[in-house]
Each structure stands twice: as structure tokens, then as C-alpha cells.
Write a protein that binds this ligand. Structure first.
Ligand code: S3P
Length: 162
């Protein structure tokens, strides 16, 4: 990870596994620091007028990743935003390279069990077709990348009721 240059207009970008609390934390920080808030998944849903699971079901992951990249192109030049990204977003270099130019990247490093309990009964397409063991393996692999690509790792749990 390159050194952080805090001067100039910056955004804060949150990354981390599904269920780590990126959205809750992002909204909380935005409300409290009076920053603007954006969310890649929410932007994709609005743009396609469809749920994420529907996009995966009907068009497939490759299509989703393509739209996700287009959304990153729109969000990354903004100023003064806190942006929650999907768990896969910054694992793609073409998205990371867009944000890294002017964003502080924070890894929301939440333990697997907590993420798992939060995602188990949701319709997240990446999670529904996987066993707990498979999700744990995915988590372990991704965590190393999240650490590598972020400026700050935030450990602990996000327990905020908005
Ligand atoms: C994904 C995470 C999801 C969503 C999509 C793919 C992933 O976002 O972008 O289902 O690859 O980890 P959350 O991390 O907000 O669940």
C-alpha cells in the first residue's frame, strides 16, 4: 500500500467481507461527520432497477461486475463522500485503481462468525450457493487481499443501531 497523502479532497472507501458492517458503518460515519454517503450496491440497484440477486440470476456475475465497474467510475471522482463497496468490488484491480487515486481505504475487519450470522438468512447471491466451510475459505482468502489493499484495518465489530 502506498503512503497516504491526506491533503486535497478525499473520500473514505469501506471494504470488507459480506456482513462486515460496511453499510451500517458508512451511514453512521456519514451522518456524524456530515459527509455525503454512497453505496456501490445501492447505486447498482437504482441504475438497473433490480435487486442484486436478480441481476446475478438473470444476467450472471460477469454482467454484475461490469455494471459495478461503471458505478465505480461514477463514484470514484466524487469529493467528500464515504462510500461503502460490495465485498467483491475492490478485489478487482480495475476498481481499486479508480478509488486509490483519492480515497482513504478502510478495511472493516469483522470476524468470520459474525459476518456469517449476518449473511446466512439473506439473499446475497455469492453466499446462498456456498456451504459455511466454503464461505470460510473465501473469507480467509479475501481477508489477506483486503489487508493488502487498505490503508487502515479496523478490527472489532460494528454494533451500531441507526
Ligand atoms: C459481493 C458482495 C455483495 C454484493 C454482491 C457480491 C461479493 O455486497 O456486491 O452480492 O462478491 O462479496 P455486500 O458485501 O454488501 O454484501
Amino acid at each position: 500500500m502506498e503512503d497516504i497523502n491526506i491533503s486535497g479532497n478525499k473520500n473514505i472507501v469501506l471494504t470488507g467481507f459480506m456482513g462486515s458492517g460496511k453499510t451500517t458503518l458508512g451511514k453512521y460515519i456519514a451522518n456524524n461527520l456530515n459527509m455525503k454517503y454512497a453505496d456501490t450496491d445501492e447505486s447498482i440497484k437504482r441504475f438497473l432497477e433490480s435487486s442484486i440477486s436478480e441481476v446475478f440470476d438473470k444476467k450472471g456475475e460477469e454482467y454484475f461486475r461490469d455494471i459495478e465497474h461503471q458505478i465505480c467510475e461514477k463514484l470514484s471522482p466524487l469529493d467528500g463522500y464515504i462510500i461503502s463497496t460490495g465485498g467483491g468490488t475492490l478485489l478487482y484491480e480495475w476498481n481499486l485503481n479508480l478509488f486509490i487515486r483519492k480515497s482513504l481505504i478502510i478495511f472493516v475487519n469483522t470476524p468470520f462468525e459474525i459476518c456469517y450470522q449476518r449473511i446466512i438468512n439473506t439473499d446475497r447471491p455469492i453466499a446462498t450457493k456456498k456451504t459455511k466451510q466454503e464461505l470460510k475459505e473465501m473469507y480467509d482468502m479475501r481477508v489477506n487481499t483486503y489487508k493488502d489493499i487498505s490503508h487502515i484495518s479496523m478490527s472489532g465489530t460494528v454494533n451500531i443501531n441507526l
